[in-house]
Ligand binder design. Structure first.
Ligand code: NAD
Length: 499
């Protein structure tokens, strides 16, 4: 293990070793082998990075928008040109197949492109003559140093949801990525340096709870942006808010797809398979439960099962449909839900434990798994499983399905499949979920709308990217101004009234 490469922090425009010698293993999930180790920062390491970001802030804040946007544009061009290199890193550390890796980078690129509009997005408002000779205008100014904490499942996209907008708005950043797949963040920060970003504007500090806690309480950190599981999202929100920071904190999910009897079942089955098993189900917008309004279930299950048989599982670089799970521990936890489903009386339509993968016997494999007749009291239904496991719950009516979705503690995404526009419109109005798809299984909003759920999927009221992101990374300052008019007793500048 000692001969393995060590992933360092990236601070002040260069790799940084810090003082802590604690490390965590980074696996290649397809082989099951430790490929690298990553440094885990101490509080002192984190404090050093914040000091660097704080020192870089005034010059970055005061740089002209034109120069800042040129750097942003260079970053966009480099990222687009080299996205294949980043995709390789994602597949090697996360395990997702190349097409999923490229997909997440493209969704991140969209946010960079959105941030290119920052001069327009942050230009404020102006009201002339609110009283005689008095104007009021509102500026949007940056905050200072902002902290970003991201999860393992989108090691490029989630940091890209946040730091392009934060930086384009004039803030400086300390990013603490997931310790499970940390290399993508270093790669992005190095690329931004190459694009012309001044040293210290984007810093990456690797670590675990110690680094996160240091970020949450640091007096020079003005805002915290988080994405991860619900218990940690709640903790982040409460702790950072207690320390006077603004917080956007996105949590876990359990997304339902409601299928009405009139739905196009081929379209629905394609959507269910993509949304349930894409990225091995490790997506916060994955469909986890299909709520089938009878008599649709038998036919739909047959169509899903037929498609699942055609899915290939294997190393993400080898043109498969689905890669491994992130760690052995997580793989075993997800597989444990198959035992729970059996004990709780569900029908196991497809059991992913039997999956065969050529060449890599030690990878963290679990094949697509399908349960029918899942009890809504079972942990299989209630928990966020975060793996390639799709549950079917049968209901008699639209209302029964809607009530089930609205009773969930989560409210991230949902979808309805139907050919009835009236039913879809009613669902859009009545469902207690933050992002809704109508015949679209994964309704992730484009970058110029905002992303975020309701209930235990989002703490606080600040969503990610889009207008909400601009709002979050800037603060308004209202100025009320009166200038003496030369025509009323000032010096004579030759205005007609003075003559
Ligand atoms: P996680 O909550 O375990 O970790 C997220 C981050 O928090 C990591 O950087 C981790 O180092 C840090 N962390 C973990 N435990 C901590 C602790 N006790 N104290 C302080 N910091 C801690 O999440 P994960 O397993 O990396 O990611 C998967 C989860 O993220 C799923 O629940 C998924 O639904 C969620 N997610 C949500 C969204 C969304 O948009 N709502 C998007 C992606 C992922």
């Amino acid at each position: 293990m000692t001969d393995l490469p060590t992933i360092t922090h990236y601070v002040n425009g260069a790799p940084a070793a810090g003082t802590s010698t604690r490390t965590a293993p980074v696996y290649n999930p397809a082989t099951g082998q430790v490929a690298k180790n990553v440094l885990l920062a101490s509080t002192a390491d984190l404090d050093d990075a914040v000091a660097v970001a704080q020192a870089a802030y005034p010059a970055w804040r005061d740089m002209s928008q034109a120069r800042r946007q040129t750097i942003m544009y260079n970053f966009r061009e480099l990222l687009n040109a080299r996205k294949g290199d980043l995709a390789e890193i994602l597949t090697a550390e996360h395990g997702k197949v190349t097409s999923d890796a490229l997909g997440e980078i493209i969704r991140g690129l969209e946010v960079v492109e959105f941030a290119l509009g920052m001069p327009h997005l942050s230009k404020g408002e102006y009201s002339e003559n609110v009283s005689t000779g008095v104007d009021v205008y509102t500026l949007r100014q940056s905050l200072g140093v902002v902290g970003i904490i991201s999860p393992f499942n989108f090691p490029a996209m989630v940091p890209l949801w946040y730091f392009p907008i934060a930086i384009a708005a004039g803030n400086t950043v300390v990013l603490k990525p997931s310790e499970k797949d940390p290399s993508a963040s270093n790669w992005l920060a190095e690329l931004f340096t190459e694009a012309g970003l001044p040293a210290g504007v984007l810093n990456v500090v690797h670590g675990d709870k110690e680094a996160v806690d240091a970020l949450l309480v640091h007096p020079d950190v003005q805002a915290i942006s988080f994405v991860g599981s619900t218990p940690i999202a709640r903790y982040i929100y409460e702790t950072a808010a207690k320390h006077g920071k603004r917080v956007q904190s996105l949590g876990g999910a359990k997304n339902h797809m409601l299928v009405l009897p009139d739905a196009d079942l081929d379209l629905t089955a394609d959507a269910a398979v993509n949304a349930g098993f894409g990225s091995a189900g490790e997506r916060c917008m994955a469909i986890s439960v299909i709520v089938a309004v009878e008599p649709v279930a038998d036919e739909l299950i047959a169509k899903i099962a037929e498609r699942v048989k055609g899915l290939t599982v294997g190393d993400g670089t080898r043109n498969c449909d689905m890669g491994p799970l992130i760690t052995q521990v997580h793989r075993d936890k997800v597989a444990g839900y198959i035992d729970i489903a059996q004990a709780d009386g569900a029908d196991i339509v497809i059991d992913g434990r039997g999956v065969k993968v050529d060449g890599d016997p030690n990878g963290f494999w679990l094949g697509p798994t399908l349960f029918d007749k899942v009890s809504v009291d079972s942990a299989v239904y209630l928990d966020e499983i975060f793996g390639p496991v799709l549950s079917i719950v049968r209901v008699a009516t639209y209302q029964e399905g809607l009530d089930l979705i609205n009773a969930s503690q989560y409210g991230n995404g949902t979808a309805i499949f139907t050919n009835d526009g009236g039913a879809a419109r009613r669902f859009q109005n009545e469902v207690q979920v933050g992002m809704v798809g109508i015949n679209v299984p994964i309704p992730v909003p484009v970058a110029y709308h905002s992303f975020g759920g309701w209930k235990n999927s989002l703490f606080g009221d600040a969503k990610a990217y889009g207008p909400a992101g601009v709002n979050f990374f800037t603060r308004e300052k209202a100025v009320t101004s009166r200038w003496l008019d030369p025509s009323h007793g000032g010096i004579n500048l030759g205005f007609p009234q003075n003559q």
